[in-house]
Ligand binder design. Sequence first.
Ligand SMILES: [Zn+2]
Length: 278
Amino acid sequence: MIDSHAHILAQQFDSDREALISSAKKSGLVWIEVGTDVLGSKHAVALAEQHANIFSSVGVHPDDIANIQEDDWNTLEGLAGNKKVCAIGEIGFDTYRDGTIAEQEPVLRRFINLAQKTNKPVIFHVRSKSASGASASSTPGVGALTPGVFPADAHAELLRVLASYPTSELPPGVIHTFSGTQEQAEQYISLGMMISFSGVITFKNAGELREIAKNIPLESMVVETDCPFLTPEPFRGKRNEPSFVRYVIARIAEIRGVSFEEIEQATHQNAKKLFALD
Ligand SMILES: [Zn+2]
């Protein structure tokens, strides 16, 4: 199995990280350790260099871009050239807290430029300040704000940015923990993006997201945990971990009426191809 988005370096794993890594090795579990800031990206690359079953990405989460120094871009570019780095990310738009599209867009474009330069796919993080059953909020319930009060739809904004590039210059990528509409999923796919599903798909209020997982082509989906967050049922409320990606796969198989193996193999092949994993 491949978990396309994990944060095993999070402090929630301080007590048993090594044990989780060695049991993952035994069971053939592979994941991408996703960087969310400059130091974290550095650590993610170091972790991937130590373990054959771990790859890493290099990026800065939109909530952390205020801390980027000009110097950091050289560091990030150097890290991105490492052979265990399979993607640029997580980068994107997040208007859930105080961030605005206006301040995040120039940084996002600079990262897309880095992806073009290093020939790597992109892991996009996209979260809006709107009420949605499919919200990527890691603290469920907090996102239930009045729709329309905060008009910036981060997905619409990202689609606008992506569409501004000539198709031949747009790097491939994945929309991690997808939280948009069916129409937006189709637009991303037509731009060459994959849609990634996490434990959110098992949540009671994620009916719209399950419809999307049922309808989009199998060639366009990957799976992830986003651990330690977004723990799937039946463990919701507990700490998430890479091996729980099986519950995401199982739920998609159930929704589409196919076997676990079929979804496992398809998402495995898709991730392998997108991130050029070997
Ligand atoms: Zn993440």
